[in-house]
Design a protein around this ligand. Structure first.
Ligand SMILES: [Fe+2]
Length: 368
């Protein structure tokens, strides 16, 4: 049998109402906690009050950095690092979607290591152990609660770049599906499709193995069956989608993603398109291209779940997400720049692919 290397160091609690039950355990990881979150959802949803009540009852000391931006950049992380140091926190509790969790991981690393966060892009060695991270995801897509990645916008290069390090994988992940009660339908769709993209891309990565395959296939099956009803608000389906996003996280933690994410970064940086929406839009076109260029066998295997690639496009459309670049405000004249941005955005993705030459223009024109 082929060799397998798999590393899953996160203690995972998947339980409705789990926040009340398991949050007190963070005491084992530090003395003063930095809650890292965005500015809106955590307050609007009542989640902050919930967390605050538990922490106060348990006499757990904390500060709150609530300024994570929707597409956080390196500056945003540095701001968080300064706050963390000023407040003397020694453990991060990241609450939110991928943005908050990724920023939490980056703050954890940078607070204990010098320089600027951009020095740590890629798979860099560094001296000091990052602060421990506890992750509480509030969307059903990121998977970041169990991965070694922190993806940040890097303005200098007009793209998103990734820190890759086993040492920033969260120590604890609490997946409490009650947080999805107030998640807008459009975000269930977009983040669910991010998970879909993680699993589908993972399956095409050269780094996949028998174990990552189990996670990605199971996650795709669940999403294909339950994402539409989750988007319509069915609680049980939402919980299933939440579970599938966790599985997809395990899968990409091993394999990374490929060019759907790489090209998607350019749409997010240039047009501010939600990360999951960008992936959902691009996925069918990228898969059609790859089907003709070296990935026929893999995509046919995935076809056991969704049939023809064209069906993914209809699926995305039914979820209420855009399926053409035109629909998100891309002009035909922008394609040249998007090709350039995609090349930069895909540098890392290409390492996970068996073909190294990609005709980005062909993909983008077909998606237009
Ligand atoms: Fe993603």
């Amino acid at each position: 049998m082929e060799k397998i290397y798999f590393y899953l160091p996160t203690k995972v609690f998947f339980e409705k109402g789990g926040i009340e039950k398991y949050l007190p355990q963070i005491k084992n990881y530090g003395n003063k906690f930095l809650i890292v979150s965005g500015r809106n959802f955590i307050f609007r949803s009542g989640l902050f009050e919930r967390i605050k009540n538990i922490l106060e009852k348990e006499r757990i000391e904390f500060s709150h950095f609530s300024n994570v931006k929707p597409e956080p950049d390196t500056e945003n992380v540095e701001e968080g690092v300064e706050f963390c140091k000023k407040e003397g926190c020694d453990c991060i509790v990241a609450i939110g979607g991928g943005s908050a969790i990724d920023v939490g991981k980056a703050i954890a690393l940078r607070s204990k290591n010098s320089g600027r966060i951009e020095n740590y892009f890629g798979e860099k060695e560094y001296e000091n152990e990052p602060l421990p991270v506890i992750a509480i995801p509030t969307t059903c897509g990121t998977g970041s609660e169990v991965t070694r990645y922190s993806v940040l916008v890097y303005r200098k290069e007009n793209t998103k770049k990734t820190i890759i390090s086993d040492r920033i994988i969260p120590k604890v992940a609490i997946l409490d599906s009650s947080v999805l009660d107030t998640l807008p339908e459009s975000l269930v769709a977009a983040t669910g499709m991010d998970a879909f993209s993680h699993s589908a891309e993972s399956f095409l990565s050269v780094k996949k193995d028998k174990l990552s395959e189990i996670f990605s296939i199971e996650s795709l099956k669940i999403l294909w069956e339950f994402l539409p009803s989750a988007v319509k608000g069915d609680d049980e389906s939402k919980e299933k989608v939440f579970f599938s996003s966790l599985l997809a996280g395990f899968a990409i933690n091993k394999t990374g993603t490929i060019i759907v994410h790489g090209i998607g970064y350019s749409l997010t940086v240039k047009y501010g398109i939600h990360h999951g929406t960008a992936n959902a839009l691009l996925l069918p076109y990228v898969f059609k291209y790859l089907y003709k260029n070296g990935y026929r066998e893999e995509i046919e295997r995935l076809g056991n779940i969704f049939g023809k690639v064209e069906n993914i496009k209809n699926f995305v459309k039914k979820l209420g997400l855009p399926v053409r670049l035109k629909d998100i405000g891309v002009k035909e004249d922008d394609i040249d720049e998007l090709v350039k941005l995609s090349k930069t955005g895909c540098e890392r993705a290409l390492k996970n692919m068996k073909i190294k030459e990609i005709d980005f223009r062909e993909i983008l024109i077909s998606a237009f």
